[in-house]
Design a protein around this ligand. Structure first.
Ligand SMILES: Nc1ncnc2c1ncn2[C@@H]1O[C@H](COP(=O)(O)OP(=O)(O)O)[C@@H](O)[C@H]1O
Ligand SMILES: [Mg+2]
Length: 171
């Protein structure tokens, strides 16, 4: 089990709650994502921001695992949108209070999306507030495509070549 990373308690300013987490390894980010998933509700949208290699996909993997998804979670850079469904017969209980199976998870990536029109064509807005969870990598490219009140997670990589990541969470 990865260590619990250093964590700053949430501060609230102008109705926005901000908190920080520092991770030292891939496993710590994954583990934090699993824990963070317990805070999500059906219909929630999580914007994952950060440069190439920051750890957005790693975090998405942790969140999916925390939501009870047991399958593979890979980068949707080239296909733009993955959809993960719990397999039939899964018996675990999801952490979402209103469900007893893993919710559908929509995992989008706007890295290769060229224009706001292309982003709109993905139909993400039809998924917002729906009966799944929506994760959007590279959300910073088209912030206007994200709904009001969604989770914004920015992953900073203070030193190239090192494993430390600063994760900032806003809601
Ligand atoms: N603290 C950390 N958190 C997340 N990933 C880390 C960390 N330290 C090193 N890594 C590595 O950085 C890379 C992150 O890749 P990825 O999640 O695909 O980035 P992104 O999706 O942001 O482009 C992986 O190779 C991962 O193993
Ligand atoms: Mg990625």
């Amino acid at each position: 089990m990865a260590a619990t990373p250093p964590y700053s308690p949430p501060s609230i300013e102008g109705g926005v709650t901000t908190e920080y987490v520092v991770t030292q390894s891939t496993e710590e980010t994954m583990h934090w994502g699993e824990t963070f998933a317990r805070r999500l509700k059906t219909g929630d949208v999580v914007a994952l921001c950060g440069e190439l290699g920051a750890g957005k996909t790693v975090l998405a993997q942790g969140i999916c695992r925390g939501l009870g998804y047991k399958g593979e979670v890979t980068s949707p850079s080239f296909v733009h949108l993955h959809r993960y469904e719990a397999s039939v017969g899964q018996t675990f209980l999801s952490v979402l209070p209103d469900r007893n199976v893993c919710p559908t998870i929509h995992h989008a990536d706007l890295y290769l999306t060229k224009s706001p029109e292309d982003a709109a064509d993905l139909g993400l807005d039809e998924l917002y507030g729906g009966d799944g969870i929506v994760l959007v990598e590279w959300a910073q490219r088209f912030p206007e495509m994200l709904p009001e009140g969604c989770w914004w997670i920015e992953i900073e990589w203070p030193k190239e070549g090192e494993n430390v990541r600063l994760i900032k969470v806003r809601k």
